[in-house]
Design a protein around this ligand. Sequence first.
Ligand SMILES: Cc1cc2nc3c(=O)[nH]c(=O)nc-3n(C[C@H](O)[C@H](O)[C@H](O)COP(=O)(O)O)c2cc1C
Length: 158
Amino acid sequence: MPDELRFRHVMAHFATGVTVVTSRAPGGRLCGLTANSLASVSLDPLLVLVCVGREAASHACIVAGGAFAVSILGRQHEVLARRFSLGDRSARFDELKYRTELTGSPVLDDALAWLDCRVTDVHEGGDHSIVVGEVVACDARDGDPLVFYRGGYHRMEP
Ligand SMILES: Cc1cc2nc3c(=O)[nH]c(=O)nc-3n(C[C@H](O)[C@H](O)[C@H](O)COP(=O)(O)O)c2cc1C
């Protein structure tokens, strides 16, 4: 049976994009975390999933808020990826340009692409929850993505 270290090492070879998943708790407090577990689930209805650690502060916020937005980061957004994974939670939205779409979850203004989602299901997945959301609005712009691979941030080579 492989241990956690080997599992992390193996999964680190799966290159992903990088997103910031955000939500608004019922009292209005904003939360958000860097996440690379985004996956497309279904076309009819339009569904995506994100896996959120049950220890993450954003977990309760997303589940209670019943909605989340996914901002897909561009090549210039490494600083945002770091802010939303390592930075002080209470300062993550400071001087950040964002807007709300349909659900009230904040969408980062210069994201490469974004999805605004209503939570439809929360499944247990070990120490994470698999949060499934119906996409109620989404859009994308031209640009290059930020890539996460083997524990580091990368830009796509042409
Ligand atoms: C590239 C990258 C991807 C990550 N992906 C996820 C993820 O998919 N789900 C998750 O729960 N945490 C993920 N994390 C860790 C969270 O961003 C980190 O634990 C964050 O501080 C949680 O914030 P919160 O406790 O305020 O919700 C990722 C971190 C990095 C750097």
